[in-house]
Ligand binder design. Structure first.
Ligand code: DGY
Length: 381
């Protein structure tokens, strides 16, 4: 197939499915084998190139599960179609690495894995927020280097976030989960920008606010701003939770960074290119009180020159969804997407994806993003 290492399971299976990285758990494999699939999986940690994936697809391939690090566009969907391919699932909720139009053109359904990453990724964003606000990584480095000589009144002074304002760009599932955590946990007010008003989170925060009032405590609020600029000017913390597309690339650029408070915190656990990273490096250099906490990078896995040398930046390697439960759940959803399409099942269209993790999963594909364009029937309970 390629010179990377591969393993094969159920070689007598009717369908052949290529999986470009080893996935956690066992249930995903049982799902594919249960649907009569031979599963060829790359066990190498090195990222596969498009040419290597094309070679793995070969002359006969019915379905594929790919990674967010891979360019699933015309070339790969063409190869998949040519090999008899009928289904693709990204092993991710985000699918900016996938040219859905190219897949639709050759009538290949594209799956993703929503729902199981929501709380996990929001928790990572919360962790990054406080790591930056309280300078935890700097302090860890200081400790390890043997520089701690005893408690001092001025050592590593950071920012108290309690009762301040958090700004959220993109109030989808993960943004809403982060908003709840910051409002409930830290009594922060929430100002957000999303093209659409999100009444559910506004009502949730309002109900929580009433609870606080009943207890004689200061209320909190959540409101949609008219523009991203308004969020940036008002918030003490700004967390990015929008998808990456041509409208959101560099949504945080030099000019917008300049609108943020000098001691603000910018968190990104969505996609690296949302931020003009070179501009961020300059901004952090010029504003030592400003902090950034990044899980994702513009040229992942690389970083723009200078980023890693800045003390006021926290950097972690795209681990937003990295809990065993979530990553196993993602594997189950990706496998279920491919198995269901190969089995001719309809598509689930309920926000609640959890039935797929239970003992009696629905006979449906959990999430197919181009189901409408391909006229795939919807599941009826
Ligand atoms: C996704 O699923 O889009 C995440 O970035 C993976 O952590």
């Amino acid at each position: 197939m390629t010179d990377k290492e591969w393993t094969s399971a159920n070689s007598a299976g009717r369908w052949r499915v290529v999986v470009t990285k080893e996935l956690p758990g066992e249930r995903w494999l049982d799902i594919l084998i249960g649907a009569d699939c031979q599963v060829d999986m790359c066990t190498s940690e090195a990222l596969l190139t498009a040419e290597e994936i094309e070679a793995a697809i070969g002359e006969r391939c019915d379905g594929a599960i790919g990674q967010l690090t891979e360019p699933w566009g015309k070339q790969l969907f063409g190869a998949l179609k040519g090999a008899g391919g009928k289904a693709y699932s990204n092993y991710a909720v985000g699918y900016n690495n996938v040219d859905v139009g190219a897949a639709t053109e050759v009538e290949i359904p594209v799956g993703n894995t929503p729902g199981v990453l929501t709380e996990t990724t929001a928790e990572t964003a919360v962790g990054l927020t406080f790591a930056a606000a309280r300078r935890l990584i700097e302090a860890d480095r200081y400790m390890r280097s043997g520089r701690f000589k005893g408690w001092l009144p001025t050592l590593f002074l950071g920012e108290l976030l309690w009762r301040k304002t958090v700004g959220i760009i993109g109030m989808g599932r993960i943004g809403s989960a982060y908003a709840r955590m910051m409002a409930e946990g830290h009594k922060m007010n929430v100002v957000y920008y999303d093209p659409h008003r999100k009444e559910e989170i506004e009502n949730y925060v309002s109900a929580y606010s009433n609870f606080l009032k009943d207890r004689g405590e200061e209320p909190v609020w959540c409101r949609r701003a008219e523009s991203i600029e308004d969020v940036l000017g008002e918030a003490d913390v700004v967390s990015l939770h929008t998808v990456l597309n041509e409208n959101t690339r560099h949504v945080i650029n030099r000019e917008r960074l300049a609108l943020m408070k000098d001691n603000a915190i910018l968190v990104n656990s969505s996609r690296g290119p949302l931020i003009d990273e070179a501009a961020l490096v300059d901004h952090c250099r010029e504003h030592p009180g400003f902090r950034a906490a990044l899980d994702v990078f513009e040229d992942e896995p690389d970083m723009k020159p200078g980023l890693k040398d800045l003390e006021n930046v926290v950097i972690v390697p795209h681990i937003g969804s990295a809990t065993g439960w979530t990553r196993k759940g993602m594997a189950i959803l990706a496998a279920s997407n491919v198995a269901a399409i190969l089995s001719g099942y309809p598509v689930w269209h309920d926000e609640d994806i959890f039935p797929f993790l239970g003992d009696d999963p629905p006979k449906a594909a959990p999430s197919i993003v181009n189901a409408g364009e391909l006229n795939i029937p919807l599941y009826h309970r």
